[in-house]
Design a protein around this ligand. Structure first.
Ligand code: PEP
Ligand code: MN
Length: 405
C-alpha cells in the first residue's frame, strides 16, 4: 500500500543517498545476489518511502548489543544467534513470535545454567526475509522451470511463475512485518533481546541506514554478510564497514587466512571487542580449515566473536529434498570448540536455524528421512533437536580442555 508521506515530498528530494554522500559512493560498488528488479519503475519511490519511515531499532540498543558482544569476545559470555532460515511474512503474529521467543529463551537459559555464564541472545528475526540462493531457477512440481524463492521480501514461496516474480513493493511489507515482529517481541520480552538478519538487499539496507557522521543500520541490531557476498571490496562488506552496529560475516570452507584478515581489517580497523562476529560454516568434513584461519585472526589481535554455524556446511540432498544430519552438526561443533581452544580463542557461541514448529527436517541418520519434509528454505532444528544441540555445545564448554583435537 502506498503511504503518501514520502511520495508527497517528491521522489528525488527524499533520496537517502543524497543525504549521505558516503553511502552514495558505496552504492556504486558491485553487489552480488540482488533481485532482478533494478529497472523497475517504482524502485526509487519505494526506496524513498523506506527512507522516510522511522528506524526499527535505535542507537542505545545497538550500543548495548555491542557491549554484550564485547563481553563474548573477551571470553566472559556466550552468544546464541538463532532463528528461522527464512522468516515468512505470515510468522509476524503475536502467537508465532511468542512461541519462537519461548524456545529461544529455553535454549539460552539452558546454556547459561550449564556454563554459569551470561548468554547473549541474538535472534534471526524481524527482517530475515531475503535469501541468497545457489541457483536462480528450480523445477516446479508440474515440471516448469521457475525462478527460485528468494525470501518473502522478494517473491512468494508458492511455486508458480507469477508468484515467483521479484516485486520490490515487498520491501515495504518486509519493513511492516519486521516492525510488527519487534512490537510482539517487545511485548513479551522481560529481558533485552536483539534482532539480526542477513544484510542482502541493497534496496532495503541503504534506505534504513541512518545517522549523522556515524552511520548505523536502523534495520536490526546486528546484520551479517553471507558466504556468497563476502568479497571485501564489494558493496555488502563495504556497507557493513560503514555502520557502527556489530556485524557478522559467514566463513565457508573456501575461506583463506588472507581473506579473513582482509575482512577483519575492513570491518574492524579499530579493533573494538565484539564489533565483528566470524561465523564459521565449514562442514563436518572440512573443519581442519578452521585452524589456519583462527591462527591468523589471533595473530592479528582482532578481538572477534567466534560463532559456529553447523548448519550451512552440512546440507545434504536426498531425493530432491534438503536435509541435515545431527551427527554432522555435533561433529562440526566439537571441532569448533577444540580448534579454537587449541589456538587460545574463546568458542563464543552457536548460529543455528531453529523453529518452534513441530517439523522433522534434520535427522539422526539418513534412514529416518522420508523425503516429505518441506522447509521454506533450509532444514531447521525442531525444539528437542535445538535443545540437544545446545546441550552438546554446553558439554564441550564445561570440559576443561574441551578435549584434544
Ligand atoms: C543463512 O544463514 O541462511 C545462509 C544463507 O547462510 P550462508 O551465507 O552461510 O550460506
Ligand atoms: Mn539458511
Amino acid at each position: 500500500m502506498l503511504r503518501n508521506s514520502a511520495l508527497d515530498l517528491g521522489r528525488r528530494e527524499f533520496l537517502d543517498l543524497q543525504r549521505f554522500p558516503r553511502l552514495g559512493e558505496l552504492s556504486r560498488l558491485p553487489a552480488a545476489h540482488q533481485p532482478p528488479w533494478a529497472d523497475h519503475t517504482d524502485l526509487e519511490c519505494i526506496r524513498a518511502e523506506l527512507a522516510a519511515l522511522p528506524g526499527l531499532v535505535g542507537h542505545q540498543d545497538i550500543a548495548a548489543l555491542g557491549a554484550a558482544l564485547g563481553r563474548v569476545a573477551c571470553g566472559e559470555a556466550h552468544v546464541l544467534h538463532i532463528g528461522e532460515c527464512a522468516e515468512l511474512f505470515s510468522m509476524a503474529t503475536a502467537e508465532h513470535v511468542g512461541r519462537r521467543l519461548a524456545l529461544y529463551r529455553r535454549m539460552a537459559d539452558h546454556l547459561a545454567e550449564r556454563t554459569g555464564r551470561e548468554v547473549v541472545l541474538v535472534l534471526r528475526m524481524a527482517g530475515q526475509h531475503a535469501k541468497p540462493r545457489s541457483r536462480p531457477t528450480e523445477t516446479s512440481p508440474d515440471g516448469a522451470e521457475i525462478p527460485v524463492y528468494l525470501g518473502d521480501a522478494v517473491n512468494d514461496l508458492t511455486a508458480t511463475p507469477q508468484a515467483r516474480r521479484a516485486d520490490p513493493w515487498r520491501l515495504l511489507t518486509s519493513y511492516d512485518r519486521s516492525r510488527d515482529t519487534l512490537a510482539h517481541l517487545r511485548g513479551s520480552a522481560d529481558r533485552p533481546v536483539f534482532v539480526s538478519h542477513e544484510a542482502l538487499l541493497k534496496d532495503y539496507e541503504e534506505p534504513l541506514t541512518r545517522g549523522g557522521p556515524r552511520l548505523y543500520s536502523a534495520g536490526g541490531h546486528l546484520t551479517w554478510v553471507g558466504e556468497r557476498t563476502r568479497n571485501f571490496r564489494d558493496w555488502h562488506v563495504q556497507w557493513a564497514a560503514s555502520i557502527v552496529n556489530p556485524v557478522g560475516v559467514k566463513l565457508g570452507a573456501a575461506i583463506s587466512r588472507y581473506e579473513v584478515i582482509d575482512l577483519v581489517h575492513t570491518l574492524d580497523p579499530y579493533r573494538r571487542p565484539g564489533r565483528v562476529s566470524l561465523i564459521s560454516r565449514l562442514g563436518a568434513d572440512r573443519t581442519h580449515r578452521l585452524g589456519p584461519v583462527a591462527q591468523a585472526v589471533t595473530a592479528s589481535r582482532a578481538p572477534v566473536v567466534w560463532q559456529c554455524d553447523p548448519m550451512h556446511g552440512n546440507t545434504r540432498t536426498l531425493a530432491g529434498t534438503k536435509l541435515r544430519l545431527l551427527p554432522d552438526l555435533r561433529e562440526e561443533i566439537t571441532a569448533f570448540v577444540r580448534t579454537l581452544r587449541a589456538h587460545g580463542c574463546h568458542p563464543g557461541g552457536l548460529h543455528l536455524e531453529v523453529t518452534p514448529d513441530p517439523v522433522l527436517e534434520c535427522h539422526e541418520a539418513v534412514a529416518t528421512a522420508d523425503g516429505t519434509a518441506c522447509p521454506p528454505c533450509d532444514p531447521r532444528l525442531n525444539s528437542d533437536q535445538a535443545l540437544d544441540i545446545v546441550d552438546h555445545f554446553a558439554r564441550l564448554l564445561i570440559t576443561p580442555s574441551g578435549g584434544s583435537i
